[in-house]
Design a protein around this ligand. Sequence first.
Ligand code: SF4
Length: 511
Amino acid sequence: MAVGIWVLNDQLHLLQAALASCKPSDARVLFVESLSVLNAGPHLQKQIFFWSAQRHFADELRCAGWKVDLVEAPSYAEALTGWLTSHGISELRVMEPSDRPIHKAIERIAAQLETQPDWQLRWYRNNQFLWSKAEFAEWVGTKKQLRMEFFYREGRKRFDLLMAADQPLGGEWNFDKENRKPPRGGLIGPPALWFEPDSCTEAVIEKLLELQVKYQLTGAARPFRWGVNRQQGLDVLEHFIATRLADFGPYQDAMVQGEATLWHALISPYLNLGLLQPLEVLKRLEQAGLEQQVPLASLEGVIRQILGWREFTHGLYQHFDANYQFSNALEATAPIPAFITNLGGSGMQCLDSVLAELASSGYLHHIQRLMVLGNLGLLAGWDPQAYVAWFTSQFVDAHDWVMQTNVLGMGLWADAGKLASKPYAASGKYLQRMGTYCQNCRFDPAKRSGPDACPFTALYWNFLDRHSERFRSHPRMALMIKQLDKFSSEERFAIAATAAGYEWAQSGNNK
Ligand code: SF4
């Protein structure tokens, strides 16, 4: 019986479970470059990163003695069935995908092959996350509300990270209140570690540039500066520890025009492709942070991002059923505007600045994503499913499991609070406090109505007005609704008229 292993393009690690089930001499390995993924119109940086990293990992396996085939095909189904036939493979081993759509696609393909004698598909448990689906379900138990903070505390104990016996190091689980400093007077972060593309990456760039017009691929292909193999991922981690870890905390929520990376770690793309493993990253951060005596608020802050948010959103994605993807609690129906899909042209300084950064790198840090892009989509009532699809196609670290929960749940509150205890809705005043964009903008963040009103501010109050009945008794929103109640009817009318003037936003009453 010939054995084949299909390594998916976000499973690029030698210890991935399907590879670990065989010796190199006992199986062939398949990688697929499917043109079908281009139908989503992905960002060039994302697709170059994904395909180049996959090609590099395929080479790594060849050097380790594996027989490797990298098949370029119109679809996964064509690549897989052709490969199985031409090599007479009757047992296919696959590590469980992180993303539900590819899992379903593999099941569909396998079902068509089941008529063949002796054919079998063997799944292996995904070992790229710390919590399995069963372990997460056990933690959920009978809890009515699932909150990241309590999951994170459990993770600290379970994986013995930043613990002193059974107590959190420093006496607190969370130092977030020390980590919300605004960027007064601007900030300049340390330079990030980038890489020059090698000949393999250049070949991928050329291939995708030829396909750019046909598939409407977005963003810039060059300069392409992401690492594309495990060693480069490790180098980025060490560079973060050496140059940014100590100061990561205080300004992790700050947004500075022209400073795309600040003190952010830039390791999520490598973690999410499997080039780095979460526990090795967490242990290394803990060890280096304690040795270097970096402020606990910074060390705890970055550990919470990986051990807390990353594991929690993945756990929820697996825990919720497939209908979660259709969530639309706020009945948002406005189409995604052209200034989003064109990556610029809104006239809003904050939005155009982050879209320009996204266009050049395929990356934004989490507060830019949440409080500029997510926030505007929430306030303006953009179709959640379309917005998730857009986010998933545009970021170098984006996968279905990341974006379903992060965009639907955290960004757009489309799941009615399954993930976030309240909508992350904020006016231009928040962006003025936590960012530097407003200084150069033609809008006034303090104005709620009129031609120079900040769209975030006008839409924020209009959002509260449209959903006032829903949130009137919400423990964390009631205060804002009370504030709205104090506005005169003329003022509320002026806000509604201003919001209705944005042809890209939902208006009307959702109460
Ligand atoms: Fe953004 Fe409003 Fe500030 Fe302009 S005024 S940069 S639109 S928050």
